[in-house]
Design a protein around this ligand. Structure first.
Ligand code: GDP
Length: 278
């Protein structure tokens, strides 16, 4: 599957992150807990290498808990600090706060040593489209949304939102593009709704979802999607689900487009269970 990217957008996004990086102590990089390795961008990580980096596995409520533990361990093996969160319910928020404090600790200790007052840690959130950046910001800030106001001279329009006494967030998250290196990664990103719908064929992505279900969760095909035989071809599975759902065109033919759209929506809302893809 080929994805249409706009190189201009990527260059602009990278430049913007590079600029804002100068203003922060910590970068919180949001990845989808269901496929963190597919949402990464090694270029971005390189740019951030002189900053403290926190990997946040967002949408953990939609992922397989076992896979999330495994992915976190793999990231830690790389030397990265990784925490998981469900930003819609704030489950995992204390871990995020604790991780931010731990990452800032050496800098805070240095300020104390130099006899300076410890200022709040400044954090920038970055992530690919639809990963949950706004939801995560709101989750961190809670109802307070107390803005500390623009700081003349350095922020030039950037607003800092106080999360707590010792943590401030840049109110505009950094948009990053995933580095797509193979067909399967493109399919995963489409399935996770990270690439815009104009960039892919829903039919192809729906068949990929059925393949994943066949391999990892045939019981979902049988029990939730109520097919008779989970082992039939992907095209046959799609036809059967279309019939099950009554997706018919006027002439009586199957409306497969409608079935593909509804299957993708079901996956994205977690209606097909906790599925991880990486
Ligand atoms: P952004 O484009 O990165 O700012 O993403 P948004 O914050 O707009 O979130 C995109 C979609 O993901 C929205 O429908 C959110 O409700 C949903 N979302 C964000 N975080 C979570 C999460 O932790 N769990 C679940 N289930 N959905 C989430």
């Amino acid at each position: 599957m080929s994805i249409n990217w706009y190189p201009g957008h990527m260059v602009k996004a990278k430049k913007e992150i590079q600029e804002n990086l100068k203003l922060v102590d910590i970068v919180a990089m949001l990845l989808d807990a269901r496929a963190p390795f597919s949402c990464r961008n090694s270029d971005l990580e390189k740019i951030c290498q002189h900053k403290k980096l926190l990997v946040v596995l967002n949408k953990m409520d939609l992922a397989s808990p076992e896979a999330t533990r495994l992915y976190s361990a793999r990231l830690r093996e790389e030397g990265l600090m990784a925490v998981a969160i469900d930003s819609t319910s704030s489950k995992g928020l204390p871990d995020v706060i604790q991780a931010l404090k731990t990452l800032y600790q050496p800098a805070a200790a240095e300020m104390v040593q130099k006899g300076r007052r410890i200022r709040a840690a400044r954090v920038m959130v970055v992530g690919v489209p639809n990963i949950g950046k706004s939801t995560f910001l709101n989750c961190l800030v809670g109802k307070k949304m107390a803005q500390t106001g623009a700081k003349p001279g350095i922020t030039r329009g950037k607003q800092w939102v106080r999360v707590r006494e010792d943590i401030e967030l840049m109110d505009t998250p950094g948009l990053m593009w995933p580095k797509v290196e193979g067909e399967e990664q493109g399919l995963k990103l489409a399935l996770l709704n990270i690439v815009g719908e104009n960039a892919y064929e829903e039919y192809e992505v729906a068949l990929y979802l059925l393949k994943i279900l066949q391999e990892k969760a045939p019981e979902v095909l049988l029990n939730k999607l109520r097919v008779n035989d989970a082992g039939q071809s992907l095209e046959e599975l799609l036809d059967e689900i279309a019939r099950q759902r009554g997706h018919l065109l006027k002439a009586g033919a199957l409306d497969l487009g409608k079935t593909c759209t509804s299957l993708l929506n079901d996956f994205r809302k977690g209606k097909l269970g906790h599925l991880s893809l990486d």
